[in-house]
Design a protein around this ligand. Structure first.
Ligand code: IMP
Length: 219
């Protein structure tokens, strides 16, 4: 595997003021700043697609989308892979599969994942699987998912995560493809949610105290 490549966003990075971008009115009071504008996300995904194509060297891929947070990254990554397939001499056949996991309540990991829907994992036996996830925080979710996948004996498994959080709570897991390494803050937008809110925000933003308390689920 090639050395790990990603865009590192520093801890003290203040991003962009909200009023420099178009933010839905209903979230204007709930965010600190824009951390990664959607245009930059798009450009980074284009390059990840190229790296993935190179590594799979013509072997068929099954893209496994981890719902719900991974859906935007999954569809955008797939679009870029399809564009490469359309425009190059060699192409890679692709299929898609979906899995839905639940592990979070408010901004605290509950430590255990639960598969609450999606395709039958047994279909992945003997396949080259590309797991597509939105964010690796502690790495607990991905470690558990990879253990589940191993049981169905895929030919290979690689993981693409748009974001990896730099956190002391990490279990040490690192994905094969990473878009951005981000500070240890709760981020929303581009399908990343806080209790199901903010999926309808295009840019990746840092949530503020107001947003946290407004959208918290009472325990
Ligand atoms: P982990 O098991 O701690 O790595 O957590 C992974 C899951 O937690 C991700 O798939 C997300 O659903 C969720 N998560 C972790 N950090 C964030 C965040 O900053 N924003 C939104 N979701 C997050």
């Amino acid at each position: 595997m090639a050395e790990e490549k990603y865009i590192k966003i520093a801890d003290d990075y203040q991003g962009y003021p909200l009023d420099m971008f178009c933010i839905p009115k209903h979230y204007e009071q709930d965010l600190q700043h824009v951390l990664i504008p959607s245009g930059l996300i798009d450009d980074r995904i284009e390059r990840l697609a190229r790296d993935i194509m190179r590594d799979f060297s013509h072997e068929a891929i099954v893209g496994l989308c981890v719902l719900k947070g991974g859906y935007k990254f999954f569809t955008d990554l797939l679009d870029k892979l399809k564009a490469l397939n359309r425009n190059s001499e060699v192409s890679v056949p692709m299929a898609v599969d979906f899995i839905r996991l639940k592990s979070y309540r408010n901004d605290i990991s509950t430590g255990n994942i639960e598969v609450i829907g999606g395709d039958n994992l047994a279909n992945l036996e003997g396949k080259n699987v590309l797991v597509v996830e939105d964010i690796i925080d502690t790495g607990g979710t991905m470690t558990q998912l990879l253990a589940l996948l191993k049981e169905v004996k895929p030919k290979s498994v690689r993981v693409a995560s748009l974001l990896v959080k730099r956190t002391s709570r990490s279990v040490g897991y690192r994905p094969d493809y990473v878009g951005f390494e981000v500070p240890d803050k709760f981020v929303v937008g581009y399908a990343l949610d806080f209790n199901e809110y903010f999926r309808d925000l295009s840019h990746i933003c840092v949530i503020n105290e107001n947003g946290m308390s407004k959208y918290s689920v009472k325990r």
